[in-house]
Design a binder for this molecule. Structure first.
Ligand code: GLC
Length: 555
């Protein structure tokens, strides 16, 4: 099995918010082309772009109306072809975001289903009402409210695990898989080399029973055994066998290590790697997102250890990340942007990038972008956040409390415009941006970052370079250390030739570390650090958010 993707790094672009070339306030493909030199300077290998397909944009493009057409707000097919070509000149490949659990209700297939065409009705999950006329079951949509919507013309409900304009596809029907495979082949022909599959562990629904826990039904549609069969089938039909650049990643919701091992073990021919979100729930009180709580450091560490060790034991492969378009900014969440902006941003970067797996950088993370700081509902654009506001309001919470929660948890925190320079709107657009810009752009922006040799940007660049030059980082084993430490996340990466030790202090205060059990500490030299270098010693002190990696030098 080829191994060559293992030293690669992916950069995620949220096209709406990256760079607007037309002045309409929405980022576009030409804008991305204009910033390729910047991405080349950073050193990344793939660009994962959130969906740019034709869409009514009820969920910012995750409601796809035509998988083969570019939404005019992002540009044209020619613009896309130019992007693919220009990226390739810089050894960068495109990864597309395939939303295959559902389509928009404006998709031609759904429209035909509504017109009563039985072929297309069977592309979706239509169910008859219960005997009393009620919904087929008690499942809840992930964006709030019931997961079923009634269509009077058909006398049936259709399933939508997300917004009611996102109808779930019926993967039980082989014709659906064949259609989707055709879409993959279409984009492969255009030169796209990677695919991210949206909520792809929810495509198999094993039963439509009421959820007795009055929960949300997820036990019947998460990681069901058939999910593996469906992915294998799609793989057989459409994934190229010997393309050295081809990679896939699945977004896995509420998943398990066991299932992700299966999804990504090359023998099973499903996916290259998997995103899981457990480490991004360590600040959920009682497992609920719309709450406020400091993150639980021990839980975070245990999860990293469990996923690192679990995946390597069974030939699985992790996607490594702190940020994406669905998560608040990691610097605001796990770091200290006020007290230690650079140190804590670099610490978070090192902690993730030197683990086993493929690192993903979300636009702006590499310059230390922070949460949006919105103070009013009118500033939010995201359907999930706006629904959450109304749900929390119904529960009797005050505006003040709800705003405090949204400021920490809303997905819009990650969706503010990319901060290019200190000109108006951070250089993102000459028009009015579709969502407000974080006012800190006057200090935090790409132009500043490129001028300062000690910036967070150059730390990311260095980490990407280390992965390419050290097989212990790209391919070595992961060995946890300091498991019980209250402040430090530490590990060793090792292959036949190299040993690399990594320490990350997750707090803004000093701490002492006992490395008594590790031999030959005096033979280690620093690889990367966010402070002036210090040598390893058996009893050492780490400064606030100090983070460094050391490599064992050959004798
Ligand atoms: C995934 C996407 C998210 C979207 C949802 C529904 O979680 O990342 O942005 O809202 O799927 O498609």
């Amino acid at each position: 099995m080829r191994q060559d993707f293992k030293d690669k790094v992916v950069y995620q672009i949220y096209p709406r918010s990256f760079k607007d070339s037309s002045g309409n306030g929405i980022g576009d493909l030409k804008g991305i082309v204009s910033k390729l030199d910047y991405l080349q300077e950073l050193g990344i290998d793939y660009i994962w772009m959130n969906p740019i397909f034709l869409s009514p944009q009820n969920d910012n493009g995750y409601d796809v109306a035509d998988y083969r057409a570019i939404d005019p707000q992002y540009g044209t097919m020619e613009d896309l072809e130019e992007l693919i070509e220009e990226a390739k000149k810089r050894n960068i490949y495109l990864m597309f975001d395939m939303v295959f659990n559902h389509t928009s209700t404006s998709h031609e297939w759904f429209q035909k289903a509504l017109q009563g065409d039985p072929k297309y009705r069977n592309y979706y999950i239509f169910k008859e009402p219960k005997a009393d006329g009620g919904m087929p079951n008690n499942w809840q949509s992930k964006f709030g409210g019931p997961a079923w919507k009634y269509v009077p013309e058909l006398g049936r409900y259709y399933l939508h695990l997300f917004d009611e304009s996102q109808a779930d596809l019926n993967w039980e029907n082989d014709e659906v898989i064949e259609e989707l495979a055709d879409v993959i082949r279409f984009w492969l022909d255009k030169g796209v080399r990677g695919f991210r599959f949206d909520v792809i562990n929810e495509i198999a629904k094993s039963s439509f029973a009421d959820d007795p826990n009055e929960f949300d039904g997820r036990q019947y549609y998460t990681d069901q055994p058939k999910n593996h069969d469906y992915l294998h089938h799609l793989h057989q039909l459409s994934f190229p066998k010997d393309d050295p650049y081809f990679i896939t990643v699945g977004e896995m919701s509420s998943t398990t290590v066991g299932n992700c091992q299966k999804y990504t073990d090359p023998k099973n021919e499903e996916l290259t790697m998997a995103f899981n979100f457990h480490h991004l729930k360590v600040d959920y009180k009682d497992k609920q997102k719309w709450t406020l709580m400091d993150f639980d450091f021990h839980e975070l560490k245990e999860l990293f250890f469990e996923w690192q060790e679990g995946m390597q034991e069974h030939d699985g492969w992790n996607a490594l990340f702190w940020n994406c378009h669905d998560q608040p900014r990691s610097l605001s969440r796990f770091g200290d942007p006020a007290g230690y902006p650079k140190q804590s941003a670099k610490m978070l970067a090192t902690a993730i990038h030197l683990m086993q797996g493929t690192p993903y950088i979300y636009q702006g993370e590499e310059i230390g972008m922070e949460n949006a700081g919105f103070t009013d509902l009118g500033q939010y654009r995201d359907v999930e956040s706006i629904n959450a506001y109304h749900i929390l309001k119904k529960q009797g919470k005050s505006d003040e409390t709800i705003y405090a929660i949204l400021r920490e948890k809303s997905r819009d925190n990650a969706r503010t415009p990319m901060q290019w320079d200190d000109s108006d709107n951070a250089g993102f657009t000459s028009g009015t941006p579709w969502i407000g810009t974080n006012p800190n752009y006057r200090q935090v922006n790409v132009e500043e970052a490129l001028k300062d040799k000690d910036s967070v940007f150059y730390h990311y660049k260095k980490l990407i370079g280390l992965r390419k030059n050290h097989p212990a980082i790209s391919r070595g084993r992961f060995i946890p250390i300091l498991k019980e430490h209250d402040q430090v996340y530490g590990y060793i990466r090792q292959d036949e030739k190299e040993t690399i030790l990594v320490l990350n202090n997750f707090y803004g205060k000093d701490c002492s570390v006992d490395l008594g059990e590790i031999d030959e500490l005096d033979r280690f030299g620093t690889l990367i650090s966010n402070y002036p270098e210090q040598d390893l010693s058996h009893h050492m002190n780490l400064r606030p958010y100090e983070s460094a990696a050391w490599i064992l030098n050959e004798q």
